[in-house]
Design a protein around this ligand. Structure first.
Ligand SMILES: *Cc1c(COP(=O)(O)O)cnc(C)c1O
Length: 362
């Protein structure tokens, strides 16, 4: 199987998937495991699907790894639904929760949770335009949990060490950094991630939750929102996103074949280092103004010294087979998202193009 080839897709999400995963899905599309039909067309309670689903969970458990203390759920609703749902599950009426604000997504997580819990800001870098991490994080020992966003997909800010929440459960939105490096899952009360950055198609959400937290009464809510009910039913309380679960399973196997998360972590570090080094060495033609100790390995935002060149840069980049480099409208400029599926070769192609563009327009 050949590696990925151009166009190199730098989309922030939904993002590129490994070429091998797509090729396997294509090959199996009309005849999955000799059934003569696709994986989308069989019962989620049938033996074939149940076996695949269990294998996907076991592969994920082996990858991260996930300890037995934590349940793995394959849910729906996007990370955004879980901004609210986690508050409903983890906090009783009137209780407080602590939030660390480091950019767009953590702000949104706090806002949505605020409909269900009394949100307190435990630390924020908003006063510095989210160009780094908060100087201090002060956790309320009475808080139901401490929520943070390890990687801010839009602002390009990443925690390289986890906040210390003491006995307060740590809750992390890992939508854009899950599986990009090893994680000590036991340190977390809950990890959740929308699939469309680093796992599979949108519509699937992974929730990894300490079983202790499943005993919390939370708030009055319908069964469909209760993590404990989903855990009791192995994520089959209702029909799961079967296609998403299947593709996630293929991606987990691909990651195991790559050597697991230690290998991916090294690769991702090397990719990001190469790109930041090129930006920093461009004598100001390009720049990234995030504190160097908080720069994201997954999403690299950068600006051109002259924003009037932006449309030409994007046009020529597309012509050179470099897709989706336009920055998020909230911050402007450019953004290269370099998740697991982006090989070093794609990053090198971007660096070569940026160098050439700077020589011709510098
Ligand atoms: C993309 C993203 C989200 C939003 O995910 P949806 O699936 O669209 O709800 C939330 N948090 C982070 C960190 C993201 O990158």
């Amino acid at each position: 199987m050949s590696p990925s080839t151009p166009p190199w897709n730098f989309s922030a999400g939904p993002a590129a998937l490994p070429a091998e995963v797509l090729a396997q899905a294509q090959q199996e599309l009309t005849d999955w495991r000799g059934t003569g039909v696709s994986v989308m067309e069989v019962s989620h309670r049938g033996a074939d699907f149940m076996a695949m689903a269990e294998e996907a969970e076991q592969d994920l458990r082996a990858l991260l790894p996930v300890p037995a203390s934590h349940a793995v759920l394959f849910l729906q609703g996007g990370a955004t639904q879980h901004f609210a749902q986690l508050a409903m599950n983890l906090a009783a009426p009137g209780e407080r929760a602590d939030y660390v604000l480091t950019g767009h997504w953590s702000q949104k997580a706090a806002r949505e949770a605020g409909h269900h819990v009394r949100v307190r800001v435990a630390g924020s870098s908003e006063d510095r335009g989210f160009r780094g991490l908060p100087e201090r994080i002060e956790v309320d020992p009475q808080a139901s949990y401490l929520h943070f966003t390890p990687n801010e997909t839009i602002h390009g800010v990443e925690f390289h060490a986890w906040p210390d929440a003491g006995a307060v459960p740590l809750v992390a939105d890992m939508s854009s950094d899950i599986l990009s490096r090893p994680v000590d899952v036991a340190r977390f009360g809950m990890i959740y991630a929308g699939a469309q950055k680093n796992i599979g198609p949108s519509g699937l959400v992974l929730v990894i939750i300490d079983r202790e937290l499943l005993h919390r009464a939370g708030q009055p809510m319908a069964d469909i929102f209760r993590y404990a009910r989903h855990a009791e039913q192995q994520s089959m309380l209702n029909t799961p996103n079967t296609w998403g679960w299947y593709l996630a399973g293929l991606t987990f196997k691909w990651l195991l074949r790559q050597g697991g998360l230690d290998a991916m972590g090294e690769r991702n570090r090397a990719k990001a280092n190469a790109l930041y080094a090129a930006i920093d060495a461009s004598a100001g033609f390009y720049h990234n103004d995030i504190d160097t100790d908080a720069r994201s390995r997954m999403n690299v935002p950068f600006r051109l010294h002259d924003p009037s060149l932006d449309p030409l840069f994007l046009d020529e980049a597309t012509g050179a087979g470099l897709m989706a480099l336009k920055g998020h409208r909230a911050v402007g400029g450019m953004r290269a998202s370099i998740y697991n599926a982006m090989p070093m070769e794609g990053v090198q192609a971007l660096i070569a193009f940026m160098g050439d563009f700077a020589r011709r327009h510098g």
